[in-house]
Write a protein that binds this ligand. Structure first.
Ligand code: CMP
Length: 143
């Protein structure tokens, strides 16, 4: 079982796409194990996007991600990282395959609606940035 970190970005929240996006992952069969709506502190954005520091899109990206609430989530399931990336589509919406979230709803590379961890190692790092262990649920006791 694998976990991934997904985040509806400010453009997705503002456009009322949280339900649409959450619904896709629910219907696919992944399990939601953590979720919260928050305004992103600059330090959190810097930690999350540390690998992009120095790139030309870094400063506008931080401005964007701190511009309004995001919906942060942790999803669990077999191959959750790869599966979610497939469902999200390529970073550049123009290159995203039809039927992916970015293809269906986005037209921009920065304003691309949703973030998804790119590897299991990134997922572990990102989940640690955005969630405390006690904020994640277990389904073991569910009926
Ligand atoms: P995300 O999957 O969150 O990872 C890094 C983000 O940086 C990416 O989605 C986009 O929002 C943004 N990004 C990546 N490449 C570019 C680019 N060339 N121009 C503008 N924004 C970018």
């Amino acid at each position: 079982m694998e976990r991934t970190y997904l985040m509806v970005k400010p453009d997705g929240v503002q456009r009322g796409l949280i339900g649409e996006i959450v619904g896709r992952f629910e219907r696919k069969g992944l399990k939601l194990v953590g979720a919260k709506l928050l305004n992103v502190p600059l330090e959190t954005a810097e930690l999350h996007y540390a690998e992009h520091r120095g790139k030309d899109f870094y400063d506008p990206l931080l401005t964007f991600i701190t511009s309004g609430p995001v919906f942060a989530m942790v999803w669990e399931g077999d191959h959750a990282v790869e599966l979610a990336r497939l469902m999200i589509g390529k970073t550049n919406a123009l290159e995203a395959a039809p039927g992916t979230i970015r293809s269906d709803f986005a037209i921009h590379t920065r304003f691309n609606l949703i973030h998804g961890s790119d590897s299991a190692a990134s997922a572990e790092r990102e989940i640690g940035i955005w969630f405390k262990p006690e904020e994640l649920v277990s389904y073991e006791k569910s009926i």
